[in-house]
Ligand binder design. Structure first.
Ligand code: GLN
Length: 497
């Protein structure tokens, strides 16, 4: 059924379900409702009110912020509402309703910071932003700034509270709400608003529903519903809204390249991929190498403990292994990176971990638990008789382990170790959530500015595939090298084999 925007169904039975994507950690615009059963917030109330006017039943779907525009492009959702600023660049990939809210970017710093008063003071500083937002784009313009991108504004602000960055550039209403209403402590907003922005409902380009939503918006602006919703979430009188966002006035599509391999702006997707993916791959490889190194050391220690006769040690190590195998790595990472510093601050200690040690610790602790079991299995797979034979020869336990058991066990451990290594390469993508610009996050960052989700993620997958395939070959080669039968064959020493 197609809609004539001016013939609006009134009966409830005629409501048409309308899928709206939103990133639900952007209070007070969208956040989980108190009982956790759904969503609440200014945007949510606004959409429902518009829906009532025009006969649409809004069905909200949570998505990451940087996934909203790709989801609209692929028509996975009918619209997106998420405090999305109407910008000319985004206007090339999606359509927008008329503006429904006036906002702007603000700089947040720690309360005791006296060095940062305005945007110019941010030069060369460490700044946290939310990936794919106008705050992230504005921060890119700051000379020499070290920018860390998080999945949500809340995580970026948490980073500031934990003292790991000096500032956050983010939408003013959200930062102010977090300070005033959500109990964000030790943070203040400085200076003037960095930008003036208008939020709009985003729709697939040329969506027939744009007019309908605009009609609903005008209705609720006229009949006072908008004001009611505004005053439920914000104090004071709502701003007067323009019909069209100033950012869209005077831009034409010829201002932007339209080649599918071209990004918005001057750099093509291909150039960005060539520049950024290798950087990301280096980070991924470094993380994997460090974590497998520490994981192997820890795993070996745990495995030896597990096969020892020491009861208490054995039990402690068992609990360790069960904990790290039985809980998601993502949760472990959040505990180490966000949880521990918050806990220490709670008890009056200023302690926090930098990104690299936090990521390596989380990955190593996790991988050690898996490797421990692999190593233990390898050692125990060697026939008991060999221990006895060595004992008869007068060798002690350590000597037996070193000279006889481990060389054989290691060969058996190699194939599962290879599997673990490959899993680890892929698992490093999890540390993107703490703002690590590894391979996957580099891809996300490119999509955030170019909106070419398909090409970019395929390219990212291919780079992972190259890394895992090379590792597979590496382990195969190592297996052959370690195999005495194969070695002899190679040297021609085993004629009949
Ligand atoms: N208004 C900002 C933007 O559109 C941030 C929106 C958000 O994080 N939900 O980029």
């Amino acid at each position: 059924m197609t809609f004539n925007p001016f013939i609006v169904p009134s009966a409830k039975s005629q409501l048409i379900s309308f899928k709206v994507g939103t990133e639900p950690t952007f209070p007070p615009f969208e956040m989980p409702s108190e009982d956790g059963s759904g969503l609440q917030g200014f945007d949510i109330d606004l959409m429902k009110a518009i829906g009532n006017e025009v006969g649409l039943e809004m069905v909200f779907e949570s998505l990451p912020f940087d996934g909203l525009i790709p989801a609209l492009q692929s028509n996975t959702i009918d619209a997106a509402v998420s405090g999305i600023t109407i910008t000319a660049e985004r206007g090339q990939s999606v359509g927008f309703s008329s503006p429904y809210f006036k906002a702007g970017l603000a700089i947040a710093v720690q309360e005791n910071n006296t060095k940062i008063d305005n945007f110019e003071d941010l030069t060369g500083r460490k700044i946290a932003v939310q990936i794919g937002t106008t705050g992230a784009m504005e921060a890119e313009k700051i000379p020499n700034a070290q920018i860390v991108a998080f999945d949500s504004a809340v995580l970026a602000l948490q980073e500031l509270v934990n003292g790991k960055v000096e500032a956050v550039v983010n939408d003013a209403p959200v930062t102010l709400f977090a300070i005033k209403n959500a109990g964000l402590r030790g943070v203040k907003v400085v200076g003037e608003l960095v930008t003036e922005e208008f939020y709009g409902i985003a729709l697939p380009i040329n969506s027939e529903k744009t007019m309908l939503l605009n009609y609903g918006l005008f209705q609720i602006l006229r009949n006072g519903t908008y004001k009611q919703i505004y005053q439920k979430w914000f104090a004071g009188e709502p701003f007067i809204l323009p019909l069209i966002a100033p950012s869209l006035i005077g831009t034409t599509s010829s201002d932007f390249t339209t080649n599918p391999l071209s990004g918005s702006g001057s750099q093509s997707v291909l150039t960005l991929l060539i520049q950024r993916l290798p950087q990301g791959a280096v980070v991924t490889i470094t993380l994997t190498a460090l974590s497998i190194f520490f994981g192997l050391m820890g795993g070996s220690f745990i495995a030896f403990g597990l096969i020892s006769d020491h009861k208490i040690l054995k039990n402690i190590l068992r609990i360790y292994v069960e904990f790290f195998r039985g809980t998601p790595m993502l949760v472990q990472l959040f505990i180490i990176y966000f949880g521990l510093p918050a806990f220490f601050q709670g008890i009056g200690l200023q302690w926090s971990l930098q990104r690299l040690p936090a990521a390596v610790i989380a990955l190593s602790l996790n991988v050690a638990a898996y490797l421990a079991e692999i190593i233990r299995g390898g050692i125990q797979s060697i026939d008991k008789g060999q221990w006895e034979a060595c004992e008869a020869l007068g060798m002690n336990r350590l000597q037996t382990l070193k000279e006889v058991i481990m060389p054989q066990a290691f060969r058996r451990i190699l194939p599962p170790l290879g599997n673990e290594f490959i899993t680890l390469i892929k698992d490093t993508s999890l540390v993107a959530v703490i703002g690590f610009a590894e391979l996957f996050r580099q891809g996300q960052l490119i999509v955030a500015t170019t909106f070419q989700a398909f090409q970019v993620y395929i390219a990212v997958a291919l780079v992972y595939l190259v890394l895992t395939t090379l590792s597979s070959f590496g382990f195969k080669w190592l297996e052959q090298k370690m195999d005495p039968v194969g070695q002899k064959k190679e040297k021609g020493l085993l004629r009949n084999a």
